[in-house]
Write a protein that binds this ligand. Structure first.
Ligand code: TXA
Ligand code: MG
Length: 318
C-alpha cells in the first residue's frame, strides 16, 4: 500500500523513517518529482529500479542537503567544482565526480563516477536532513514515460509501487536538472536544464556541451547513460515544427495527416519547459495520435526544451 500525503513536518518525519528502513518515497523537488531511497543501501536502491522498471545501466543521482555530505561520497572536489558549488548550489544542477567506495555500484551503474545534486527545494532538503543519508532519486515516472511534474502523474505511474508519495508541487519547474561532468579537463554539460550553458560559462568560461545533445547521430555514445533512452516521449507521435509557420500553414500541415486527433502546441521556451511533459501526458490521456510542437531557439532554457523535444520527436522535424 502507498501512503499519499501532503508535505508537512509530520509527513516529512514519516517519510524520513521510511527512507531509513530501506523503503521508497516520492517527493517533489524544484525540477520534477523524485523517487527516493537510501543512496547508501543497495537493497533500497534496488527498489527504485524495480518500481520504475529502469534499466540497470542507468545510474542514479544522489541528493544531499549539506556540503559536508559531499566529501563522504567523492574522491576529489576540483577548483572548478568548488566554483560551481559556491555559485549555484542548492540548485537544479547535478555534478559528476569520481566516486568513493561507499557509493554502491547500483547507484553508479558500475561507473567509477557519481552524480550529486543539492536541491533548492526546501522540503526536499529537509527530507534528506531528517533521513540523515544521501537520497538516491531518479525522476518519479515509470521508465519510458515523461518525468512527472504534477502529483497526479506520480500517482498514475507509481501508486502501489512505492511506500509513500509526498505531494505539493507549487514550485516544480518542469524539466530535470542540468547535469555537468567534472571528470575531464573542462566541464561538459551532459543534460541541459534551467542552469543554462550561458550561466555556467559566466563562471567557468571553458564549459562545453556534449555534442550528442541536439544531434541525431546515434553512433556517438552519450556520456550520460540515461540520455540514450527515448524516455521523454508520449505514446503519440511527436513532430517538431521548425520556426516560422503561421496558423494557415499549420492547418495545411495538419491536413496532410490522416488522423484528426492532432494536438498543436505553440508556447515560449519558459512555458514549454514548465508544461511540455504535462502536455505529453494529457495528449495520451485524451487520445491524440499526433503532437506538433513549435520549435524554440536553442539558447538559454530553450536548449533544454529543444533537447527533450527532439528526443521525444526522434528528430522528426517539419
Ligand atoms: O532534476 C533531476 O535531476 C531529477 C530530480 C528528481 O532530482 N532527477 C533525475 O534523475 O532527473 P534521472 O535518474 O531521471 O536522470 C539522471 C541522469 C540520467 O540521464 C543519468 O544517466 C545521468 O543523470 N547520470 C547519473 N549518474 C551519472 C554518472 N555517474 N555519469 C554520467 N551520467 C550520469
Ligand atoms: Mg528520468
Amino acid at each position: 500500500m502507498t501512503i499519499i500525503e501532503e508535505i508537512t513536518q509530520t509527513s516529512l518525519a514519516k517519510a524520513a523513517k521510511i527512507i531509513q528502513t530501506d523503503g521508497t518515497v516520492v517527493f517533489p523537488t524544484e525540477t520534477v518529482y523524485g523517487l527516493g531511497a537510501n543512496g547508501l543501501s543497495t537493497k533500497a536502491c534496488e527498489k527504485i529500479f524495480k518500481a520504475k522498471g529502469r534499466p540497470a545501466d542507468n545510474p542514479l543521482i544522489l541528493h544531499i542537503a549539506e556540503i559536508e555530505q559531499l566529501e563522504l561520497l567523492v574522491r576529489e572536489i576540483s577548483d572548478t567544482a568548488k566554483v560551481l558549488i559556491k555559485t549555484f548550489w542548492p540548485a537544479p544542477l547535478t555534478l559528476i565526480f569520481p566516486k568513493k567506495k561507499i557509493v554502491p555500484d547500483i547507484v553508479s551503474a558500475g561507473l567509477d563516477t557519481v552524480a550529486i545534486r543539492m536541491p533548492a527545494h526546501k522540503e526536499a532538503r529537509e527530507l534528506i536532513k531528517l533521513a540523515k543519508v544521501p537520497i538516491a532519486a531518479p525522476s518519479a515516472n515509470l521508465s519510458g514515460s515523461p518525468s512527472p511534474t504534477k502529483a497526479k502523474h506520480v500517482i498514475s505511474d507509481l501508486d502501489g509501487k512505492v511506500n509513500m508519495i509526498l505531494t505539493g508541487n507549487a514550485d516544480v519547474f518542469g524539466i530535470e536538472s542540468t547535469v555537468v561532468s567534472l571528470i575531464g579537463k573542462e566541464p561538459i554539460i551532459l543534460r541541459p536544464g534551467s542552469i543554462t550553458l550561458e550561466m555556467l560559462k559566466a563562471v567557468v568560461p571553458n564549459t562545453k556541451l556534449d555534442q550528442t545533445l541536439l544531434s541525431e547521430k546515434t553512433t556517438v555514445k552519450p556520456l550520460a547513460p540515461g540520455m540514450k533512452y527515448r524516455h521523454y516521449a508520449p505514446k503519440a507521435e511527436v513532430y517538431v515544427l521548425n520556426n516560422g509557420y503561421n496558423d494557415e500553414q499549420i492547418t495545411a500541415i495538419k491536413n496532410n495527416f490522416e488522423s484528426d486527433k492532432i494536438l498543436v502546441i505553440k508556447e515560449d521556451a519558459e512555458s514549454l519547459a514548465h508544461n511540455l511533459y504535462s502536455h505529453f501526458r494529457s495528449a495520451d490521456e485524451n487520445g491524440y495520435q499526433i503532437v506538433l510542437v513549435q520549435a524554440v531557439e536553442p539558447i538559454g532554457i530553450g536548449l533544454a526544451v529543444m533537447n527533450r523535444l527532439l528526443k521525444a520527436a526522434s528528430h522528426k522535424i517539419l
